[in-house]
Design a protein. Structure first.
Length: 221
């Protein structure tokens, strides 16, 4: 067998570096695409299959509402936190609107986001989703340190250690992944992303802006 020459070795090194560079570029691009967005700066995108997107998730409001808002959110995203308060205000003003919350944790920049989404699902399983939702957005330091038991206690979960085990064993990981896939199918690239019926907005909206984007028939009420 011929002994590899210096040229052969150089070629091999270049091939390896090419592969490594490609992987790094892909990772950087993925991180660039998935991000948190402070405010919607672009026109809405039409989503023809939006009815298939609102079939899952946690629901607030009447199931037969004329207007449905679907939010893809990340519990470590500061703009999602701000928009959660907007939704709470809208719920008080417009109880006739249906709101669906789905998960879109951006793990590349929020290391505890997947765990937080699973904590919300574990709390939903024991009837404490809304309480955990508020706690997760409020107690960002506990989310960052993955203190699921303490968060469960703050949310009034009867057995906090059982909820912690639920998160740590990835019991609802597949449900979170299904939300991610659903978001990707309609072009979600950032959090929060907001569907108002068939119109997709990327980035947070103020209460007044959200109300302007409600269908005309709803605004007239």
């Amino acid at each position: 067998m011929r002994k590899p020459s210096s040229t052969d070795l150089l070629f091999a090194v270049l091939v390896v570096w090419s592969v490594v560079a490609t992987v790094l570029v892909v990772r950087i691009e993925r991180n660039r695409v998935r991000r948190s967005v402070p405010a919607s700066t672009s026109a809405a995108t039409h989503v023809p299959n939006w009815r298939s997107i609102d079939a899952r998730g946690y629901n607030f409001g009447p199931t037969r509402a004329v207007t449905t808002i679907v939010v893809f959110s990340d519990f470590q995203c500061p703009y999602c936190r701000a928009f959660a308060f907007v939704l709470d205000s809208l719920r008080r003003l417009r109880p006739d609107i249906r709101i669906v919350e789905r998960h879109f944790p951006i793990e590349a920049i929020h290391v505890s986001a997947v765990g937080a989404a699973m904590a919300a699902e574990c709390s939903r399983d024991v009837g404490r989703y809304e309480e955990m939702r508020h706690v997760l957005f409020r107690e960002q330091a506990l989310v960052q340190s993955k203190e699921w038991g303490l968060l469960a206690s703050a949310a009034g979960v009867r057995n906090p250690q059982q909820l912690r085990k639920c998160v740590e064993t990835n019991r609802f990981l597949e449900a979170v992944r299904e939300d991610l896939k659903a978001g990707e199918t309609v072009g979600v690239e950032a959090t929060p992303s907001i569907l108002v019926n068939d119109s997709l907005f990327r980035g947070s909206l103020s209460l007044s802006a959200l109300q302007r984007h409600l269908p005309q028939a709803q605004r007239a009420q």
